[in-house]
Design a protein around this ligand. Structure first.
Ligand SMILES: [Zn+2]
Length: 101
């Protein structure tokens, strides 16, 4: 198994949107490139993102599907991600306490 990263890139290789997925055999799954384009369309429809590169303004966006060095999403998240999540939760709790007092 391999975690793969699908990015929607402009010609200058600025990343507009990305998604990750686990590939059972490590090979690209064709539908994931379509999925990243579909997600961009959904975010544009929701007015959450513009349909072009925010850095250079290019409207030419191409999906690129590449393997990462991680075997699973759990491995990709790693202990740093878990520590970051607990730190975020701690700050959220402090913010709630400050707001409620
Ligand atoms: Zn760009």
């Amino acid at each position: 198994m391999c975690v793969r990263l699908v990015r929607l890139l402009c010609p200058s290789r600025h990343c507009v949107i990305a998604l990750t997925y686990e590939s059972p055999d490590g090979e690209p799954i064709a539908g994931m490139s379509i999925e990243v384009v579909r997600q961009l369309a959904a975010l544009v429809a929701a007015r959450a993102i513009k349909p072009y590169c925010g850095v250079c303004g290019s409207r030419v966006l191409t999906p690129q599907d590449a393997p990462t060095r991680f075997a699973s999403m759990v491995e990709a998240a790693g202990p740093e991600a878990a520590a970051e999540q607990s730190e975020t939760a701690r700050w959220a709790a402090l913010a709630r306490r400050a707001r409620d007092n």
